[in-house]
Design a protein around this ligand. Sequence first.
Ligand code: 4AD
Ligand code: MG
Length: 463
Amino acid sequence: MDYRRQYIRDLWDATPGTSAEVYGWVKTRRDSKGIHFVQVNDGSCFRDLQVVIEEGVLPEETIKQITTGACVRFCGEIVESPAPKQPIELKAKEAEIFGPADPETYPIQKKGASFEFLREVAHLRVRTNTFGAVFRVRNRLSWATHKFFQERGFLYVHTPIISASDCEGAGQLFTVTTLDIENPPRTPEGKVDFGEDFFARQAYLTVSGQLNVECFAQAFTNVYTFGPTFRAENSNTPRHLAEFWMIEPEQAFCDIEGNMNLAEEYLKYLIQDVLENCSEDLEFFRQRIEPTVIETLENVAESSFERLPYTEAIRILEKSGESFEFPVYWGADLQSEHERYLTEKVFRKPVILTDYPKEIKAFYMRQNDDGKTVRAMDVLAPRIGEIIGGSQREERYDVLLDRMKELGLDPEPYWWYLDLRRFGAAPHSGFGLGLERMILYVTGMKNIRDVIPFPRTPGNADF
Ligand code: 4AD
Ligand code: MG
């Protein structure tokens, strides 16, 4: 018999009586009298294909090797399935074992292994239901991001990973060096002489592509970058990674209003896209991870985000009567408990806060006329807190330079960024969406380490 290789996702409406050949990994095998039931998955969709092996069809030696984790090929006939959850199953005629997986030592034997445990076997956890669903959603969000910006004529810019400046000015930088760390060259003052280093200066892994992408906005009008970013912040929280992916659009001739509109439209587009294209995966998250997840997404896709100034938010928090761990006062940086109170208790939907005190925001944000606040905009989401950070940018040369000096930032590495304000400066705005925070939001997963393939966090860069 001639077999045609097929992916499991394409099999569900195959006609009974036709033949099929599938490749994949065994989820489970169940034996009953004279018959074996094998669940196989190839990652092409959430559902496993059930393969039925009748007594005597395959050699005993082969059956023995069809265990959880084994890599197999099955050929056979598509038949209607008596099981309610699946329209069809595969009646095996032939099987091949590519790679057995010893049941004594294969680490992912049963359902219900904890996420903590699965992080220790991150090379294998991708074969589980949960991680299959997470990474299909991640893939879809990435694709939908490009679709959204490309449909609107934004130019995709590959901003550098290695950078000489600290975009956020927060000093959470990883240094990139080829100097001998045992015995680095020293300046006469005894400091490490980065002039002798590979880039002839101290260089870092970028914390954001924003400063570079701003240059492109001043030529192509609407642009975005989408890449990995790195922060050496020692925060061991379920929402922080040392390496994460960020999507950063930047628009010339755009103020904070336009920026908020773009952010809201983009988030709703992502949600709509995932609702339409990952329904099986979302259904799994609803059943097993977070019961409200689909309902929340459907509501968000329809409702409009609440927009209010930081000062107003502080007033609400002060009047709330809640006992927060971190104190609330004008000038305080909002903690996730405050962000969650606003989004979950007060407004019950995403909230865009604007006009933060300049002291708690980055140097590049446009100053308001009050002299105290800047045109920042953070989008806060229920369960997650801050999901987007952005602003209108300071396009006035003198104001920007003064602000940098005020903050004690050395303008030298930023000379080109300042130059943008000297030659043909357009008013402009942009924001950054943390991809992993968005995945947490969309899936209901609780820990950011479980939505990136191989998480990097303090003390952990295994795999
Ligand atoms: O608010 P942030 O620091 O903003 C920027 O980096 C700007 N340069 C963006 C811009 O305007 N182009 O970071 C943006 C987003 C946050 O809202 C959050 O979603 C995510 O990036 N993020 C992190 N995600 C995971 N781990 C971390 N350590 C993160 N830090 C920020
Ligand atoms: Mg931020």
